[in-house]
Structure formats: structure tokens, C-alpha cells
Design a protein around this ligand. Structure first.
Ligand code: NAD
Length: 413
């Protein structure tokens, strides 16, 4: 799911407000906003029919003040340098917010992967990785999966890099377990989302046992968030995917729905709950509304129908800047994406650490360490929010930017 403007707009506004409150000098604020390096590569490859073809790829390295650049590589026809730049920037703030020793990067290839065979995708992936080889490395820049890339693509990347540099699993994260992937990575973003929801419940005086939860999107993030929140005792009253939504005011049978969705890759056809549209779902009265599908899902057209107490932004940029202003006035809290969905990159970091150590952690170890990181980040943000009387998004950016700023001044000053 590429969501061009949604990833950048609220981010730019939050950045501006945060540097203003931090009292940062304009020249430093500008320097930290600007990417360190942008690489555009032409990637020639052979089609299955023997013809030579060529695609365009990008790697943007935004900032490595606190550690190597880190961020995914997506394959999508709408990928362009502006989108990759915005997403790379967001990674700098996200990795800083959860206090992992990384900077921010992002990459992509402007293709619709459905237009190519698996063999062609392999050749494109290997050629692209060779093209960006001069600027990546396990201590320089560590890519990961993103939209339309997966553990198989990471295996090709790792194999290609290892051919010229020796066996190097730490060059990418999101690998299959057999090649050094981490236990707990698949569930990490949904688990992190559930942990953040639990922490929010404490601060917004919502009894988690009785909390009513609505989730838009039942893919990797939404389905695992539903599973863990269900285990915490929440009542998941509605969920949806691209096919539409299901609603049961007494709570859906999440265990069965999770298994059904794993098997059929859709919630369509599940026996349970009343069918509703995605728009109806967003307007349901509930404690937590968790958009976990699309960018800009909550926008100026539907913001006035929102009746939840807290929005937990599991997707990237699901609430537009304009809608966020209305929600702030209506006293509906938003827990921002850079905090909520940082569980994925946090366990990616754990994968990299395990690879560097050539050691494997247990799943319990990974989950406990993830929980510690998420709770600490939530508490850091919440105390700034209370202290400055500002929304959680601005507080998140303040915490994240200040950490990068302090390191930058120590290194450059
Ligand atoms: P996914 O492709 O696994 O699932 C997406 C889900 O959204 C599917 O259930 C799909 O049917 C549903 N959907 C698509 N269009 C919809 C629509 N119009 N209305 C309602 N539902 C719709 O994706 P994912 O990995 O779960 O990612 C979801 C979001 O979280 C994205 O914004 C992604 O960028 C963000 N995110 C994911 C991760 C991760 O680790 N997977 C990490 C950080 C951020």
C-alpha cells in the first residue's frame, strides 16, 4: 500500500511544531530535515523472453547521527524520490523515538511486482542490490522488507551481498528464520500496537478488560493487534479488510476469525458478526479505533463521524493533518504512527543484534525486550505531552528530534 501524501503531511507539520517548541535554531532544524544522501539507480535486467529491460530504483539515507541508516525497500509503481525521502525521514524519527541505535533510510523500485515473473523479480532484486552496494553495509545501511517485498526478497539481497562481502546476514532484516531472521518478527508490529493500546488505556482511564475496540485492516498488523488485544481481555466489536467489515456489539470471535483469515487471506465469508461497510466501521462508538490499513483513512470527509475515545495509528499516516486538528478540538486523542507501529523496526533491530552476535534469542526474550522498548517510548512521550500540554504526535516528534539533535551537536560541535 503506497500512501504518498499521507506519510509526509502530518509528519512535516509535526516536525515544524516540534522544532519550534524545542527552540531549535532554523539552520540546524533545516539541516536535520535534509537527507544525507539520495541515490537513484537504473537497473537493467533480462526478461524471461531474453529481452533487456530496465527499471528505476532509489535509496535515500536521511540521517545516521545515532547509528546506521535503517529502513525498508518497497516495490510499487508509485514509488518516486519524494515518497522515499519522506519515508526515510520518518524512519530517523521512529528509530530515535524507540531509542534504538539507528538512523533513517528507505528505498524502493518503481515497479508493479504483478507485472513480472518470480525469476524476473529475482533478477531485478539482485541487480538493484548490486547497484546500491557502495552505500550499504551492516554498519552503514541495513534494508528491510516494506510494501510488496518479503523474506524471499531479503534472502536474495543477503545472498547477493554475501557473494562479494562474505556471509553477512546482518546486511538486511526481515529474513526467514532459517537465514538468521528473528523469532517474533512477524507479530512484532501488531504486538507493539497492542502494547501501546494497553499503555494508553492506563492514561486515558479506560478499563482494558471492558474496552471496546474497532480495527480497520486485518493484515499483518491488524490481525495480530486484534489477537493480542483479545488476549488482554478487550472486546473487539468490529474489524474490516478491503472486502468490508464485520460487527458484533458483544465482541467478535477473534481466535476463529484470525485462523479463518490466515487460511483464506480475507475475512469475507466468515460466519459471525453483521456485515458493515468500512465507513460505518470508522463511525462506530468505541474506546479504541485502530486504523491498520491505509494512509488517510480518517480525513476531512469522515472525521466528524468519529466517535471513539482514542485513535491508535497502526498504519502509516492514517489520519490526515486536517482531520487531526478537528479530533484535537473534539478531545479525541491520537497515538501517532511513529510510536504505535515502531514494534516492527524494534524487532528488526533485535534481528540485526542477533546476527552480529551470531546468537539466537528465544521468542520470550524478544517479546520481553520489545515490551520494554515500547513502554519506555510511550512513557517518554506521555511525560512531554503532559508537561507541554500538546498532542501525542508533537510530543513524539519532540522526543525523537531532541535525541538526534543532542547526538548531532556532540558529533559536529
Ligand atoms: P497488509 O497488506 O498485511 O494488510 C493490509 C490490510 O488492510 C488487509 O487486511 C487489507 O485487506 C486491508 N485493506 C486494504 N485496503 C483497505 C480498505 N480500503 N479498507 C479497509 N481495509 C483495507 O499490510 P500490513 O503489513 O498489515 O500494514 C498495514 C499498515 O501498517 C500499512 O500502512 C503499513 O505501512 C503499516 N506498517 C506495517 C508494518 C509491518 O511491520 N507490517 C510496520 C510499520 C507500519
Amino acid at each position: 500500500m503506497a500512501n504518498k501524501t499521507s506519510s509526509s503531511n502530518p509528519t512535516i507539520a509535526a516536525y515544524k511544531r516540534a522544532v519550534e517548541i524545542l527552540g531549535m535554531k532554523p539552520n540546524i532544524a533545516k539541516a536535520l530535515e535534509m537527507p544525507d544522501r539520495e541515490l537513484t539507480v537504473e537497473v537493467p535486467f533480462k526478461m524471461d523472453n531474453g529481452e533487456v529491460n530496465s527499471v528505476v530504483g532509489y535509496r535515500v539515507q536521511h540521517n545516521n547521527t545515532r547509528g546506521p541508516f535503517k529502513g525498508g525497500i518497497r516495490y510499487h509503481q508509485h514509488v518516486d524520490i519524494e515518497e522515499v525521502r519522506a519515508l526515510a525521514t520518518l524512519m530517523t524519527w521512529k528509530t530515535s523515538l524507540v531509542d534504538i541505535p539507528y538512523g533513517g533510510g528507505k528505498g524502493g523500485i518503481a515497479i508493479n511486482p504483478n507485472d513480472f515473473s518470480k525469476d524476473e523479480l529475482e533478477r531485478i532484486s539482485r541487480k538493484f542490490f548490486r547497484s546500491i552496494d557502495p552505500i550499504i553495509g551492516p554498519n552503514k545501511d541495513i534494508p528491510a522488507p516494506d510494501v510488496n517485498t518479503n523474506a524471499q526478497v531479503m534472502s536474495w539481497f543477503m545472498d547477493e551481498y554475501s557473494k562479494s562481502h562474505g556471509y553477512t546476514p546482518a546486511i538486511v532484516t526481515g529474513k526467514p528464520i532459517e537465514l538468521g531472521g528473528s523469532l517474533g518478527r512477524e507479530e512484532a508490529t501488531g504486538r507493539g500496537t497492542a502494547i501501546i493500546t494497553k499503555e494508553s488505556a492506563k492514561k486515558w482511564n479506560i478499563n482494558l478488560d471492558k474496552a471496546e475496540v474497532v480495527i480497520q485492516g486485518f493484515g499483518n498488523v491488524g490481525s495480530y493487534a486484534a489477537k493480542f488485544l483479545n488476549e488482554y481481555g478487550c472486546k473487539i466489536i468490529a474489524v474490516s479488510d478491503v472486502s468490508g467489515g464485520l460487527y458484533d456489539p458483544n465482541g467478535l470471535d477473534i481466535e476463529s476469525l484470525f485462523d479463518f483469515n490466515k487460511k483464506h487471506r480475507t475475512i469475507d465469508g466468515f460466519k459471525g458478526g453483521k456485515k458493515i461497510s468500512n465507513e460505518e466501521l470508522l463511525g462506530l462508538k468505541c474506546d479504541f479505533l485502530i486504523p491498520a490499513a491505509l494512509g488517510s483513512a480518517i480525513n476531512s470527509d469522515n472525521v466528524h463521524s468519529i466517535k471513539c475515545k482514542v485513535i491508535i495509528e497502526a498504519a502509516n499516516g492514517p489520519v490526515t493533518g486536517g482531520a487531526a486538528d478537528v479530533l484535537w478540538k473534539n478531545k479525541i486523542a491520537i497515538i501517532p504512527d511513529i510510536l504505535t507501529n515502531a514494534g516492527g523496526v524494534t524487532v528488526s533491530y533485535f534481528e540485526w543484534v542477533q546476527n552480529l552476535q551470531q546468537f539466537k534469542w528465544t521468542e520470550e526474550d524478544v517479546n520481553n525486550k520489545l515490551q520494554d522498548k515500547m513502554i519506555r517510548a510511550f512513557d517518554d512521550v506521555y511525560s512531554v505531552k503532559v508537561d507541554k500540554k500538546i498532542p501525542m504526535r508533537i510530543a513524539s516528534f519532540m522526543v525523537a528530534i531532541d535525541r538526534v539533535y543532542q547526538s548531532y551537536m556532540l558529533r559536529e560541535g
